[in-house]
Write a protein of this length. Sequence first.
Length: 137
Amino acid sequence: MDRLLKTLLAGIVAGIILFVVASIVYNYIGHISDPSLSHIFREKISMKWFYKLLIITAGTGIIMAFLYSLIYSGLPGGNVFKGIFWGFVVWLIIVHQPLITLLVVGKFTMDLLLSWVVQGLVSYVAAGISISLIYKD
C-alpha cells in the first residue's frame, strides 16, 4: 500500500472512531463535552449537526494520521504502543489548555472530568491504535 493511501485510510478510520464515541457520549449526557468540539456544537442535534461532526472528526483523524506518519520512527515501542502513546499525546494537547482554564475559573466538575476521560482519552487512544495498526510497516 502506498504511504499516502495508508495515511488517508488510517485517518478516515480514526475519524470514524472519534465520531462514534462523540455520538455515543452525546446520547448519554446530552451534550458534547470534548473541548475540541464543544464550542462548535451548541445547537440541538440535527442532520446539519451530524454532517458537521462527521466532517470535523474525519478531518481530525486525517490530521492525526498525517502527523503520526511524520513522527512514526521517533515514537517509542512497537506498533500498538506507538498508537497508544500518540493518542495520549493528542488527547493531552487538546484537553490541557481548557482543563487549566476551567480549573482557574472554578467551573471544573467531576462529571466534566469523567466525560473528558471517557470521550476524549478513550476515543483519541483508540484512534491512535487504529492509526498505528493501519500504518504499520
